[in-house]
Design a protein around this ligand. Structure first.
Ligand code: NAD
Length: 436
């Protein structure tokens, strides 16, 4: 099939590469000239394990193309995927201007019947809105259909998630239209749910809001554990063994960040508000998430004699989660901003996200590895649970720090072991380990 993918971000680029690898001819479009130039040079504008190789293979086999020319790309295609960003506005609504812009572009290029597939995360009703825009702006009297096919990939494992999704959601106006998508996804042999457009749009928001709820629930339990001397890691392990609960996304820490959970929770809360439903549960989930780094910073400040002024703090992990360079709503942003505002000097290390962070905090000292970040520090803060931080030589870290104080926002270390090594180790929801 001839496909066009609009938007070459985390979703569009991975979708384009995977569909071309399945044998389709795919043209990926972006309005960002730099991104297209990079892609044409064979460089990836984002970090995603395995993506560069996948793209190279399909470009070489002439199944995958990159362009800024949306018009030509749409004209050439049978199915057009909208994968543009829907970032949050101040009021919590998603900014729909990119989706609307894409819809107008598609309308101008509509030369024969096409299926327009919305992969961007969009509020219920967007399918109709895209249909109206295309209808209003199309130049030829040709038919088209709009389908909702929300994306569930996770950055860091995006290729695997696209090839092996838990489910494929297809919200289509009719079975015949759904069949077109079914055909496209058939080689993956994964479970599919075919439903109406509005329900598909809602499935995405409901899923992300539920995952956010699990995280805030775990954090609330962690905060009680801290006060009563229980260990949240054990508590969650015990909870997760119950098949009705499951262990996924029940991790205590600094809370959820990234480009999806915060914005999708706000967007769903706004949808509820607009239809007159007070979504108290979701509001509480967001509130807990907002408080989590504040509590952590308060505890850090107390452990540092009540002030960050003049202190050196090492920060390990900058990206919003491991295996990505995405800094959108990363907890490190809030942690670093507070440390700097309090007068601390920050030495930071992340395996991938340093360049993206440097643009936001040029005043931070960026290090080549975790050991350098710890050297001379009055505290070491773990913000992202990259695997390479889990097995550091902690004796070496301790010997190089000014004060052996560790604040672990992701519970990656064994408190007893760090205590034995002579660290003052604080984590989330587990008994503190004072220096003995
Ligand atoms: P992104 O910001 O990484 O990429 C979006 C791309 O679209 C950018 O490169 C931008 O230049 C391009 N673009 C915007 N308007 C355009 C236009 N009119 N024509 C051509 N290109 C245009 O975004 P993303 O992270 O890939 O997310 C895309 C959508 O998918 C969002 O709605 C997001 O919520 C959803 N989503 C994201 C993830 C994720 O993990 N990133 C997962 C599931 C769903």
């Amino acid at each position: 099939m001839n496909l066009c993918v609009i938007g070459t971000g985390y979703v569009g680029l991975v979708t384009g590469c995977v569909f071309s690898d399945l044998g389709n001819e795919v043209v990926c479009v972006d309005k960002d000239a730099d991104k297209i130039a990079m892609l044409e040079r064979g460089e990836m504008p984002i970090y995603e394990p395995g993506l560069e190789e996948l793209a190279r293979r399909n470009v070489e086999d002439r199944r995958l193309f990159f362009t800024q020319n949306l018009h030509k790309a749409v004209e050439h295609s049978d199915v057009v995927f909208i994968c543009v960003g829907t970032p949050p506005l101040e009021n919590g609504d998603p900014d729909m201007r990119y989706v609307e812009e894409a819809a107008k572009g598609i309308a101008g290029a509509l030369n024969r019947y096409k299926v327009i597939v919305n992969k961007s995360t969009v509020p219920v009703g967007t399918g109709n809105r895209v249909r109206e825009i295309i209808d209003r702006h199309k130049r030829h009297d040709v038919d088209f259909d709009v389908v909702s096919n929300p994306e569930f990939l996770r950055e860091g494992s995006a290729i695997k998630d696209t090839l092996e999704p838990d489910r494929i959601v297809i919200g289509a106006p009719s079975q015949v239209v759904a069949m077109k998508l079914l055909e496209l996804y058939a080689p993956l042999e994964r479970p599919m749910i075919i439903t109406d457009v509005a329900s598909a749009e809602m499935i995405k928001y409901a899923s992300n809001a539920f995952l956010a709820t699990k995280i805030s629930f775990a954090n609330s339990i962690a905060n009680i554990c801290e006060a009563v001397g229980a260990d949240v890691v054990q508590v969650i392990k015990g909870m997760g063994m119950d098949n009705r609960i499951g262990p996924a996304f029940l991790n205590a820490g600094l809370g959820y960040g990234g480009s999806c959970f915060p914005k999708d929770s706000s967007a769903l809360a706004r949808t509820a508000e607009k239809v007159g439903y007070d979504f108290k549960l979701l509001k509480a989930v967001m509130e807990v998430n907002k408080e989590q780094p504040v509590r952590f910073l308060d505890r850090l400040k107390t452990a540092m004699s009540g002030s960050f002024e003049g202190k050196i703090v090492g920060v390990l992990g900058l990206a919003f989660k491991p295996n990505t360079d995405d800094m959108r709503d990363a907890k490190s942003l809030e942690i670093i901003a507070n440390l700097l505002a309090g007068g601390a000097s920050v030495k930071a290390y992340d395996p991938i996200a340093i360049e993206n962070t440097r643009r936001i905090f040029p005043q931070v000292c960026y290090m080549h590895n975790a050991y350098q970040a710890a050297e001379g520090a009055d505290a070491l803060v773990i913000v992202t649970e990259w695997n390479e931080f889990k097995l550091l030589n902690m004796e070496r870290i301790k010997a190089s720090m000014n004060v052996p104080l560790i604040f672990d926002g992701r519970n990656i270390y064994d408190p007893a072991k760090l205590r034995r090594l002579g660290f003052e180790y604080h984590c989330v929801g587990r008994p503190s380990a004072p220096l003995k």
